[in-house]
Design a binder for this molecule. Structure first.
Ligand code: ZN
Length: 288
């Protein structure tokens, strides 16, 4: 917040000096293991399509993506935001950790950034290998594309703010899709749904109040983002009821389009030199 609330404490003598201190990057990424993007590019060029899943508007679907395969997410019919969850296919409790990914790579992801998994695993689940919206950069409002800020639209916040019940928020869509995949029902699936990568969504924080904002995605029919699966994954994708998220979400008002998930598998030889990452090396004794 740039303006302190009235009646708050007066600025101390060191206020000017304190504000002038230069920031330090919390987690310099120079010490992270770097992805071999040249290898991924060669592998992608040799890959063949092995599967696809259409995600209808205001619904979600799950699709497995094996380690070494590529997941391409596109909006073939028009501007549409997608909310993406990733799980370890063999252990759904290991899942995408949006907050730590944000701390490591920043508020929005593009080529070369990884999607990290939850504790105690903390390893790359996927690497962004292609992004047709990389040209967008940062607009004059501070908006960027593909954020790891927003959590996912959900019926609880909607009820809190409006008193209404709506059943096609991304949280509920992902819950139904995962329940359908596991066959274990919504009660078991819901706790496994987690904070998302907001595919195609254009967001930022307002300069004056620091509030989370959204604006219509610059995505057009045919735009895409591609991920390389570092381990065996189950991907869950919701076509957000906000459509292009230019006005509102959590309702049936916005025009929505389907999303398309496609899986591409390279020949094994094209991945020579790449290894699926092991789980985090911390010994988990926590000083005990
Ligand atoms: Zn949503």
């Amino acid at each position: 917040m740039s303006t302190p609330p009235s009646g708050g404490p007066a600025a101390p003598d060191h206020a000017k000096a304190a504000r002038a201190v230069a920031p330090v990057i919390c987690y310099p990424t120079s010490t992270l293991p770097q992805p071999d993007l040249a290898l991924y590019t060669r592998a992608r060029a040799a890959a063949r399509k092995t599967g696809e899943e259409q995600v209808p508007p205001r619904e979600a679907r799950c699709i497995p993506v094996r380690a070494g395969q590529f997941l391409r997410i596109s909006c073939p019919e028009g501007a549409q935001v997608g909310d993406l969850n990733l799980w370890n296919l063999a252990n759904l409790s290991e899942r995408f950790y949006s907050g730590k990914t944000r701390a490591l790579h920043g508020t929005h992801l593009s080529v070369g950034d990884r999607m990290w998994s939850s504790f105690p695993h903390l390893r790359p689940l996927a690497t962004v290998t292609a992004d047709s919206l990389a040209w967008y950069g940062t607009d004059s409002f501070g908006g960027r594309v593909h954020d790891v800020i927003g959590t996912r639209c959900d019926p609880y916040t909607h009820h809190l703010l409006s008193g209404q019940d709506y059943h096609h928020c991304c949280h509920s869509n992902l819950t139904r899709a995962l329940a359908d995949w596991t066959g274990q029902g919504a009660e078991a699936a819901e706790p496994l749904v987690h904070d998302v990568l907001n595919v195609f969504m254009c967001t930022g924080f307002t300069a004056d109040t620091g509030q989370y904002f959204m604006k219509a995605t610059p995505a057009r029919a045919g735009d895409y983002i591609e991920l390389f699966a570092e381990i065996d994954l189950l991907a869950g994708l919701s076509a957000c009821p906000g459509g292009d998220c230019g006005a509102e979400h959590s309702s049936d008002v916005a025009q929505c389009h389907p999303l398309l998930c496609e899986v591409f598998a390279p020949p094994a030889a094209a991945l020579e030199g790449w290894q699926s990452p092991p789980v985090n090396g911390y010994d988990r004794s926590h000083g005990l």
